[in-house]
Design a protein around this ligand. Structure first.
Ligand SMILES: Cc1cc2nc3c(=O)[nH]c(=O)nc-3n(C[C@H](O)[C@H](O)[C@H](O)COP(=O)(O)O)c2cc1C
Length: 162
């Protein structure tokens, strides 16, 4: 038991500004996506990253047991995608949102960076599971748009003067 109030905890944690990503995978050749902001780098050598998924989500098992997944960092113009794939039950990835419309390689069109990962290990941790990925390929464009940010429960962008 903890004496921390859950709402206070959420509010306090939301002061930590993050980027927003869509994580995609394949289940029985069907591309799936989820909006997340728990992405973090872990190690350069070997190249490892992590993100966390709520155990209660209907698609949790698909991600925990997948062999490969893709982390797509969203740009400031991609709020619409973040909204779609954070809705309950809306995890089937629309072909229109995939680069080259190739469902076997669910890279999100116009993402700032796309990380192709092999599922390295998972760690059950409280009400979430940490999914650690080993980076296999990276696709990015230095000239890309600014990132989409998430801060105190709202989307934000970088100041254009920065
Ligand atoms: C900006 C943002 C960040 C999110 N980050 C995470 C996250 O890191 N991990 C997670 O499990 N859910 C996160 N969510 C919530 C999931 O996107 C949402 O619960 C999920 O898509 C619903 O899937 P379901 O159909 O399985 O219920 C986030 C939502 C938003 C809007």
């Amino acid at each position: 038991m903890t004496n921390l109030d859950e709402n206070d905890l959420r509010r306090a944690l939301s002061n930590f500004a993050t980027g927003v990503c869509l994580v995609t995978t394949l289940k029985d050749h069907v591309p799936l996506a989820i909006t997340i902001n728990s992405f973090s780098s872990v190690s350069l050598d070997p190249p490892l990253v992590l993100w966390c998924i709520q155990n209660e989500l209907s698609i949790c098992d698909a991600f925990v047991n997948c062999d490969r997944f893709w982390i797509n960092v969203l740009g400031e113009l991609q709020v619409g995608l973040s909204d779609i794939y954070s809705q309950e039950g809306k995890n089937n990835l629309d072909l229109e949102h995939i680069d080259n419309k190739d469902p076997e390689m669910p890279l999100i069109k116009d993402a700032l960076v796309q990380f192709a990962c092999k599922n390295d290990r998972t760690i059950s941790c409280g009400d979430h599971t940490i999914i650690i990925g080993r980076l296999c390929e990276i696709y990015f464009d230095d000239q890309a748009n600014r990132p989409l940010l998430f801060h105190r429960g709202s989307y934000a962008s970088l100041d254009h003067s920065s």
